[in-house]
Ligand binder design. Structure first.
Ligand code: ZN
Ligand code: FE
Length: 256
């Protein structure tokens, strides 16, 4: 049974801050507060007090609100211990597999190096939700700023192995442009065509395309499908190891 209410707060050009609330205990968190003001405004409207910040990685558009929110609320900041030197205000350093109790539930850290070396995703087994930051996007994945393609393929494979019903909450609304790239790779994928139509409709109505689910992503996201024949064929890499197919896909997307 899901315990948490999860809200999306759209900020900047295409970022989402996720607001997590446990109605039973009052525990309240944001994931990747790019900015403090929109969080403060929403919390004030609801009369809630922030207890935790979860950071997936150190980039400004994920941590920009950390210090102001912490100063105002005394909330505890959770993130990768490996990035203690560049996560503003970090209180609770985590490694791969560590769990944090939040209200009546638990968030587990999954280390997903690739976009950055210290990147963490947060998995809620009970609520069947994954906060994937800039590692896994709907129909896409993060750029390789610090890690290698092999590391990222490994990270994405770990996420893809979580239960298919897991709801995917990523940190950016990139789905529509990702969809255009994905269709070029797999024009014959019916599940992808259906998802693209849904994405078009959602964006035309001004709605988020998230959450997605892991089942849906493994059926449609080319970056999770580097080991599938259709994706291999599109790249002319029928025999190559999946990590190499992934690397070629990522390079192609970089200049798309
Ligand atoms: Zn980033
Ligand atoms: Fe980002």
């Amino acid at each position: 049974m899901p315990r948490l209410d999860i809200d999306l707060i759209p900020v900047l050009r295409d970022n989402y801050i996720h607001l997590l609330r446990d109605p039973d205990t009052g525990a309240t968190a944001v994931v990747d507060p790019a900015q403090a003001e929109p969080v403060e405004a929403l919390l004030a409207r609801r009369g809630w007090t922030l207890t935790h910040i979860f950071n997936t990685h150190h980039h400004d558009d994920h941590t920009g609100g950390n210090l102001r929110l912490k100063a105002a609320t005394g909330c505890r900041i959770v993130g990768a211990g490996a990035d203690a030197h560049r996560l503003p205000g970090l209180d609770i350093p985590l490694e791969d597999g560590d769990a944090v109790v939040f209200g009546g539930t638990t968030l587990r850290a999954i280390a997903t190096p690739g976009h950055t070396l210290g990147h963490l995703c947060y998995w809620l087994a009970e609520d069947q939700a994954l906060f994937s930051g800039d590692t896994l996007f709907s129909l896409g994945c993060g750029r390789l700023f610090e890690g290698s393609a092999a590391q990222m393929w490994d990270s994405l494979s770990r996420l893809a192995a979580l239960p298919g019903a897991t709801r995917l909450y990523c940190a950016h609304e990139y789905t529509q442009s990702n969809a255009a790239f994905a269709r070029g790779i797999e024009p014959g994928n019916a599940a992808l065509a259906e998802r693209c139509a849904e994405v078009e409709a959602a964006r035309a109505a001004g709605l988020p395309t998230l959450p997605s689910t892991l089942a849906r992503e493994t059926a449609t996201n080319p970056f999770l499908r580097a080991d599938h024949p259709e994706v291999r064929r599109a790249l002319g890499m029928a025999e190559a190891p999946a990590a190499e197919v992934f690397a070629a896909l990522r390079r192609r997307k970089d200049v798309f």
